[in-house]
Write a protein that binds this ligand. Structure first.
Ligand code: PLP
Length: 416
């Protein structure tokens, strides 16, 4: 979808490269009365640590005002940088607070990385399919996207090695290594090591965007890519771990690059929200909070994923999905002949349930046989109703496919 023709000559060319906004209609429809949504990438509001955040804000207002209401340094409030450095060190290579930049969501981290690293036409390697927000950010930056096929073990690094050996030069490689959006895949330890080796050999940075790592159903995560190579830029979202509304996140980058990212951040928004940084730093500074909270999160999403897996197995035999081991999504293949993800998603909206078709996530690969279902936001009764509505959509869609093929048979010329 391109920008409106009315804006020709007004809007910068780069906005034409934002790529597809095909799912915005679906996401808009999720607000309609009675609609059940399995479409968004939202965490469940039931997981938000409301009481703990309220207490943290209270403590900040009592003890840290007015500083918490004032401008703060661009790289972040020192306590927040320290909290992120500690979180990073406990899940990857040891880092100091000087290596951390606080960002407004990891989406801003992506945007800053794109601004700092990419010139027009530079090549970005990424999974196919990939996170839409990354595809759009790199697209607007004028990058050439070089998709690499991915399977249940993440990016196929052997294919990447072949491309690099054949002379492809990439400016960065972007990965979502735990519970990928949309596929749910985890990049295996062997492929991580291979990717790190390629980064060292060919000299490119790896942008590791890992918002779902805390949502492993068994609590297990692989160490960050920065334990394997210094060429890692780590984006550390807290949106799925705490809540997205505060827009407090961070990134960890090698020092000379960090200084450039800070300069880019200064022109983008001067700094991230001071009050939120103080409150999140206060919360993460409580040693008892995070381990117990993460356990609750993991248990919560494990339960929801189990419910959806059971419903799919019972009622949706035309969907095939490997239940994920973490994250928020089922990436499902449509096994019924002739079924198209876009048409099914439209039929699902008509039946009162929103799902996301595969094509917008795909770059070269054909996404028309896949849909993404989120199990995060619907409770058991609503999940059951949503699956029931999917069967209605499937029945309608296959009836209309049957009618269309009967029509084409009756009007087909005789060829014998
Ligand atoms: C892979 C990925 N990266 C980044 C983001 C954005 O995260 P944040 O809320 O920290 O900006 C999302 C949100 O869904 C995501 O799925």
């Amino acid at each position: 979808v391109t920008a409106s023709p009315d804006l020709d000559g007004i809007v910068a060319h780069r906005m034409r490269r934002a790529g597809s906004d095909a799912i915005s209609d679906i996401l808009a429809a999720t607000g309609l009365p009675g609609m059940l949504s399995m479409a968004g990438g939202l965490p469940s509001a039931e997981t938000f640590p409301v009481a703990a955040l309220a207490a943290a804000f209270d403590a900040v207002f009592t003890h840290r005002a007015p500083a918490a209401l004032q401008y703060a340094p661009t790289p972040g409030v020192p306590a927040m940088r320290e909290a992120l450095a500690q979180r990073a060190s406990s899940t990857g290579a040891s880092v100091t607070a000087e290596r951390v930049l606080v960002t407004s969501g990891s989406q801003q981290g992506l945007d800053l990385v794109a601004r700092v690293l990419l010139d027009e036409g530079d090549t970005v390697v990424l999974d196919d399919p990939s996170y839409l927000g990354a595809v759009q950010t790199f697209g607007i930056a004028g990058a050439r996207l070089l998709p690499v096929p991915a399977d249940e073990d993440g990016m196929d690094t052997t294919v990447l090695a072949g491309l690099l050996a054949a002379g492809e030069r990439c400016k960065l490689v972007y990965v979502v290594p735990h519970f990928h959006n949309p596929t749910g895949a985890v990049l295996t330890a062997a492929r991580r090591a291979h990717l790190a080796e390629l980064a060292e050999r060919y000299g490119f940075p790896i942008v590791e965007d890992d918002p779902y790592a805390d949502l492993a159903f068994d609590g297990q995560r692989l160490p960050s890519m920065d334990t394997l190579t210094d060429r890692t830029v780590r984006l550390m979202s807290l949106s799925k771990t705490l809540c997205p509304g505060l827009r407090v996140a961070g990134l960890v980058a090698p020092q000379p690059l960090l200084a450039e990212l800070v300069r880019a951040k200064q022109t983008a928004d001067l700094q991230s929200n001071t009050l939120g940084q103080y409150a999140v730093a206060h919360l993460l500074g409580d040693p008892g909070f995070l381990p117990a909270h993460l356990q609750r999160l993991q248990q919560f999403y494990r339960g929801r994923a189990g419910q959806l897996a059971a419903l799919v197995a019972e009622q949706l035999p035309w969907l095939s999905a490997d239940p994920p081991r973490g994250g928020l999504f089922f990436w499902c293949r449509l096994t019924h002949h002739g079924l198209h993800a876009d048409r099914l998603s439209r039929a699902a909206l008509d039946a009162g349930v929103a799902i996301v078709p595969g094509p917008p996530f795909c770059i070269d690969r054909d996404g028309s046989r896949h849909v993404r279902l989120s199990f995060a936001t619907l409770g058991e009764a609503d999940l059951r109703a949503a699956v029931q509505r999917l069967t209605v959509a499937f029945d309608r869609e296959t009836r209309s496919l049957g009618a269309a093929s009967a029509r084409s048979r009756s009007t087909a010329p005789h060829t014998h």
